[in-house]
Design a protein. Structure first.
Length: 296
């Protein structure tokens, strides 16, 4: 009898999903169309936002991002739940393995329950739910990254605790992979805000937030590291909050010419898109895009 992972890969019972590389060609994503609740926010700080958000502008930017990805041959699953405003940041709500999704358990009270909307969207598209994080564990999808095909780095701190990392470890152990945890620097929301893998041996890091454990791990795995300073382009315009489309080819927020030049000098092909409304909601392209499948 075929294993569950083999059934997922075959595509007869389940829709194929997952990946073991953060930089393989992107094939399928989940986006969440901004709900009406975004426009109803009166106290942005209480909703984890940095300022008021123009709902029509955010919806237009969501549509533009979906169209841009489709033009690149990416399948876009567009969910439209009536939910709390931060549901637009789909990357946090799940993390995908080749056998199915690890469904998050959100750490913040403002986002509790958003996970079920991701579960509905994924299940509706035929993707299996491999694990649902529960108990005292908290885990958000932006805290898990493949450093190589058999090793997942999980950042622990503000949004993911040790029990959440253990849930991810349990899921990937069945796939012959292991988890290595690294502590995130104080104030850093997610691992994705500290490191982004751009190619099989290239990574960009937030220089001031990269803990020594992560620096040592990147060196041990032979990565060329591109450090970025904590300037306005990184911290306010979220230029490192980007989406890898293929090895050393990325889509990044517009308005970050310094980061773009740094990436291009390193041999990375860069395209840009306006996500200004999402920046007001305290997120960027990487946060918005729930990665469902990359080439295996």
């Amino acid at each position: 009898m075929a294993s569950h992972a083999e059934e997922v890969a075959a595509g007869a019972v389940w829709t194929p999903c997952g990946y073991r590389s953060e930089t393989a060609a992107l094939r399928s994503v989940l986006l969440v169309r901004p709900p009406d609740s975004v426009g109803a926010v009166r106290r942005p700080g209480a909703s984890l936002m940095v300022g008021p958000v123009d709902l029509p502008a955010m919806r237009a930017q969501c549509d533009a991002l979906a169209d841009r990805l489709r033009d690149d041959g990416v399948e876009v699953h567009l969910a439209a739940p009536e939910a709390s405003p931060n549901v637009v940041f789909a990357r946090d709500l799940f993390w995908m393995t080749p056998a199915g999704a690890v469904l998050a358990r959100m750490a913040s009270a403002q986002r509790a329950g958003e996970e079920r909307h991701a579960a509905l969207a994924l299940a509706g598209a035929g993707f299996p739910i491999l694990r649902t994080v529960s108990g005292t564990a908290v885990f958000e999808g932006a805290d898990a990254l493949w450093i190589d095909p058999s090793t997942v780095v999980v950042g622990t701190g503000f949004r993911t605790n040790a029990a959440g990392a253990a849930a991810v470890a349990s899921a990937v152990a069945e796939l012959g992979a292991r988890v290595v945890t690294v502590p995130l620097a104080p104030g850093v929301q997610h691992l994705l805000g500290t490191v982004v893998f751009l190619g099989p041996s290239t990574a960009v890091v937030h220089r001031a937030a990269c803990p020594p454990e992560l620096a040592a791990l990147l060196a041990a795995y032979g990565y060329r590291v591109i450090p970025l300073p904590p300037d306005e382009e990184l911290l306010v315009r979220r230029g490192m909050n980007l989406l890898v489309l293929a090895p050393e080819r990325v889509l990044m927020p517009s308005g970050c010419p310094g980061i773009r030049r740094t990436l291009e000098r390193a041999g990375v092909a860069v395209d840009e898109i306006d996500v200004g409304a999402y920046l007001r909601a305290a997120g960027g392209i990487g946060c918005v895009t729930g990665v469902v499948r990359r080439e295996h």
